[in-house]
Design a protein around this ligand. Structure first.
Ligand SMILES: NC(=O)c1ccc[n+]([C@@H]2O[C@H](COP(=O)([O-])OP(=O)(O)OC[C@H]3O[C@@H](n4cnc5c(N)ncnc54)[C@H](O)[C@@H]3O)[C@@H](O)[C@H]2O)c1
Length: 347
């Protein structure tokens, strides 16, 4: 498998996207299904209603939110596809945020051992992250992304006009992943983020952000090495997210995870202090600061699936902006020491 073969097209208007969908897909003998949640049904589907593909499609609606990424909803969608006699050669489109794309991709990749599927991401996070890289999946109970496949979609269509209706909190949260892409591999993107965060909504910067992830995934689709760079900010970020039990959006936790992991990078690898201060300021200004309780973070970090058997915690750290170093092993004691040091200095 290689996602080098997953083309991504960028559209500055939804009219252009609708035309491209028809040019790419419309044929008399193909059936289409579109999965969307009630928000993207109301806000995004009308924007591409002129497309013949959309007009002909079977609409499958789900409730918004993480709870829809479940086996029960997957079964309902498989049953709908079966009832309407969808075949492997028919196409399922996911029109939505990361939840709809992950679920739609998983359902399609497994229906009749794999029907055709494409993503139309409508949240910022889905544009720069969830709809790039071929990971499709659902949750199991409370545990995220436990069941799934790495199976690239045939194509992803990105149109930033959809972002006009995305709630501001979801938009800013998504920016965290683009800030990450800048920090790990693309200094230009990082400087753009520090100059005017909202500019990250432009097609140009979305494209740059997507290219960082694509380039990494193309080298290492199955996360044996290079892809671990994308975990930067996520070891502590996931622990903060879990410790706050659903209060924080993913990107909000990752933003603070990046601050703490850059702090550790400064202490361990000499990441420049000045750049740490710039990141810290950017995150303080745009992402409200969650409480950082060391005991809770320790507890969740101990369960991180990236840890090795000796109980060392695996991090991706930064030597400088644009240079990520994978497989940095820290003892739990070291992690605690750095968290305490950060809190002593910055509260
Ligand atoms: N597959 C991957 O590689 C990958 C990577 C990162 C995240 N993810 C997954 O992505 C999910 C999070 O994605 P998300 O942040 O997009 O969440 P989401 O899909 O829940 O969308 C956030 C909210 O915004 C609404 N929304 C989306 N687009 C909209 C629009 N244009 N206008 C109005 N409302 C809109 C949704 O209905 C939802 O209420 C998680 O399940 C995560 O595990 C997957």
């Amino acid at each position: 498998m290689s996602s080098a073969f997953t083309p991504i097209s960028f559209h500055s208007s939804s009219t252009d996207l609708a035309k491209t969908l028809d040019a790419d897909l419309y044929a008399e003998d193909i059936k289409f299904a579109i999965i969307c949640d009630t928000n993207t049904l109301a806000s995004c589907l009308p924007k591409i209603a002129e497309s013949k593909v959309v007009q002909q499609a079977e609409l499958i609606g789900i409730e918004p939110g993480e709870a829809s990424k479940s086996i029960e909803i997957a079964v309902q969608i498989w049953e709908t596809l079966q009832e309407h006699q969808f075949q492997k050669s028919d196409v399922l489109l996911s029109l939505g945020g990361g939840v709809v794309c992950d679920l739609g991709g998983f359902v399609a990749a497994t229906f009749k051992r794999g029907m055709r599927f494409r993503h139309i991401p409508t949240s910022y996070l889905a544009m720069v992250d969830a709809s790039v890289g071929g990971k499709q999946g659902i949750n199991l109970g409370g545990a995220k992304n436990q069941i799934g496949v790495i199976q690239p979609q045939e194509k992803t269509y990105i149109c930033n006009q959809f972002l006009a209706t995305l709630p501001q909190r979801d938009l800013v949260s998504g920016f965290a992943e683009t800030i990450k892409h800048g920090l790990i591999a693309q200094p230009k993107l990082w400087y753009a983020a520090t100059e005017k965060l909202d500019e990250l909504m432009s097609t140009e910067w979305i494209k740059q952000s997507v290219e960082v992830k694509q380039a990494i995934v193309n080298i290492d689709p199955f996360e044996k090495g290079e892809r671990k760079k994308l975990n930067f900010g996520h070891t502590i970020g996931h622990a903060i997210e879990a410790a706050h039990e659903g209060e924080l959006l993913h990107g909000e936790a990752v933003a603070w995870g990046m601050v703490l992991e850059v702090f550790i990078s400064h202490e361990k690898l000499g990441f420049p202090q000045q750049d740490f201060e710039i990141l810290h300021q950017l995150i303080i200004e745009n992402f409200s600061k969650p409480s950082i309780e060391i005991a809770k973070i320790e507890e969740y970090i101990n369960h991180d699936k990236k840890n090795n058997q000796e109980g060392l915690i695996n991090f991706t750290l930064l030597e400088k902006v644009g240079e990520a170093i994978i497989d940095q092993q820290l003892t739990k004691k070291e992690v605690t020491k750095y968290l305490k040091l950060y809190l002593a200095k910055y509260g």
